[in-house]
Design a protein around this ligand. Structure first.
Ligand SMILES: NC(=O)C1=CN([C@@H]2O[C@H](COP(=O)(O)OP(=O)(O)OC[C@H]3O[C@@H](n4cnc5c(N)ncnc54)[C@H](OP(=O)(O)O)[C@@H]3O)[C@@H](O)[C@H]2O)C=CC1
Ligand SMILES: O=C(CO)[C@H](O)[C@H](O)COP(=O)(O)O
Length: 474
């Protein structure tokens, strides 16, 4: 690597929007001389104004930006994922030298990252994908970072990434994830889990609001109480605050003024798609992705509501809120377990060499899915790095056993009342199916062989078999 420290800036950022600007300011706070490039003059002005106390500069000329960087140059990209990343790389390529490093920190699809790494390797440039999570606040004051790719290039930025990341018990929320596009794969899976937890929170809201007739203050209180216990998480914390936030326009609570149609940018869908491709069941994450799509069918939902009538109040049994807490706990475990299982299998499939304990460790702080429960996941994979599934950990088993009765009570009550709970129900049936020693899949195999001669295996002898199902043999 060419080593010239005469240029003024140590690290450069392309894209001075929400994430890029804040991460760069975070780097400046930590004493790094940083520079940024954006097409928009306005973004450059905001960046320089926000960082006026620091040694930093913004450029609208990409050549001047690159020339201001010490070599080997490190350029981080925080631009919208997709073709924009390719066009920025095309602009940068002729201006960079062999040994320079490009880090794509946006939510890029991991297959794009694999392709870009190979293309740039041929040109002597190091490229790695680094997932970032924590939103605006995280980028500014400490995100969770998931860098994967060339290990030698990682060594160049390791100290800086550790400095800017969130810390839990003094440990930085960043680690080298693994080779290839592993950083972006892990970030995508993080987002899949994020979708599932958000959906579980939404279904809890639905049960409280339409099943128990709670108002927003009462709902806030439930979430607030839970956030003080084992369900503590960033998403629980912000959700409780949503319920009391006033709309400046109407003076009403804002949550009631928002349309019930959820949008998405694609990372949840990618998680489900990849899981299908490599045959890992993640039904609670799938349910969350599908439910966002269901929410978009507003006209049909309203028409069917008129045709079939609304849900009924829930008939409560015992301490229903305590049972609901157990249900949330049970389903939350399922969501994380499915995400971790996907990572386990993807590590084999794509040779990512993932360390699941380290991944749980860096998700404990800074990121959107940070939660008290991640400490349990960290402990489970630290004790047994070869753990096949989170449900196989004895400590987790003991906790889900305690939650099971309450979960069955709540899921049955919601189903009885006609309340849609796709993620809660899927978590329970995922668990029940996974603990079924002999599933009815023998019948599926018989059917496949009957109509398509797809063959089957037998329980009493090795080999592949076919039966002539149309032959009467009674
Ligand atoms: N927002 C979040 O909470 C999170 C976002 N991410 C990911 O981070 C990435 C960036 O997101 P975010 O910061 O929110 O997005 P923003 O839209 O806020 O910022 C993107 C910036 O990139 C600039 N830009 C676009 N095209 C170019 C180009 N060709 N050359 C230079 N600059 C360009 C945009 O300028 P202009 O506006 O003028 O086009 C804008 O300033 C995305 O991949 C996103 O998915 C990851 C984690 C969390
Ligand atoms: O990466 C993130 C957090 O970690 C983004 O906030 C996330 O991509 C938002 O996704 P969507 O718009 O699909 O809900």
């Amino acid at each position: 690597m060419n080593n010239d420290k005469t240029a003024p800036y140590a690290f450069g950022m392309v894209g001075l929007g929400t994430m890029g600007r804040n991460l760069l300011l975070n780097m400046a706070d930590n004493g790094f001389a940083v520079t940024g490039y954006d097409k928009s003059e306005k973004m450059i002005q905001i960046f320089e104004e926000d960082g006026k106390a620091h040694n930093l500069k913004g450029f609208s000329d990409i050549k001047e930006f690159v020339q201001s960087l010490q070599t080997p140059r490190t350029v981080i990209l925080l631009v919208p994922a997709g073709p924009i990343v390719d066009s920025v790389i095309l602009e940068l390529e002729p201006l960079l030298d062999k040994g320079d490093i490009i880090i794509d920190s946006g939510n890029s699809h991991f297959t794009d990252t694999s392709r870009r790494s190979l293309e740039l390797k041929d040109k002597g440039l190091h490229f790695f994908g680094m997932g970032i999570s924590g939103g605006e606040e995280g980028a500014r004051f400490g995100p969770s970072l998931m860098p994967g790719g060339d290990k030698k290039a990682y060594a160049v930025v390791k100290d800086m990434l550790e400095a800017v990341s969130a810390k839990v018990n003094g440990d930085p929320c960043v680690t080298y994830i693994g080779p290839g596009a592993s950083g972006h794969f892990v970030k995508m899976t993080h987002n899949g889990i994020e979708y599932a937890i958000m959906e579980l929170l939404a279904e809890t809201y639905e049960i409280l609001k339409n099943g128990l007739n709670y108002d927003n203050q009462q709902i806030q209180k439930v979430f607030d109480d839970w956030n003080k216990g084992r369900l503590q998480s960033f998403l629980m914390e912000i959700t409780k605050d949503v319920f009391l936030f006033k709309d400046v326009k109407t003076g009403n609570l804002l949550v009631d003024e928002i349309k019930d149609e959820a949008k998405s940018k694609g990372t949840g869908k990618w998680t489900s798609q990849v899981a299908m491709d490599i045959e890992v069941p993640i039904p609670t994450i799938d349910a969350a992705v599908s439910t966002r799509n269901l929410s978009k069918l507003k006209t049909l939902r309203v028409a069917l509501g008129e045709a079939f009538g609304p849900s009924s109040p829930i008939k409560t049994e015992g301490d229903f809120i305590a049972h609901l807490e157990e249900t949330f706990y049970f389903a939350m475990v399922a969501a994380y377990a499915q995400g971790m299982h996907l990572l386990t299998q993807a590590s084999i499939e794509y040779k990512y060499e993932l360390n699941l304990a380290e991944i749980a460790k860096i998700w404990r702080g800074g990121c959107i899915i940070r939660a008290e429960f991640l400490e349990d996941i960290y402990q489970a994979y630290s004790k047994n790095p070869e753990l096949a599934h989170l449900y196989a950990d004895p400590a987790i088993q003991a906790k889900i056993k305690q939650s099971l009765k309450g979960t069955r009570t709540v899921v049955s009550a919601a189903v009885e009342a006609g309340i849609g709970i796709p993620a809660f129900a899927s978590a329970l049936t995922y668990f029940d199916t996974l603990k079924t020693g002999r599933m009815p899949s023998n019948l599926t195999q018989a059917q496949r062989d009957f109509f398509g001669a797809h063959t089957f295996e037998r329980i009493d002898s090795e080999g592949i078999f076919h039966a002539d199902w149309n032959q009467k043999n009674d």
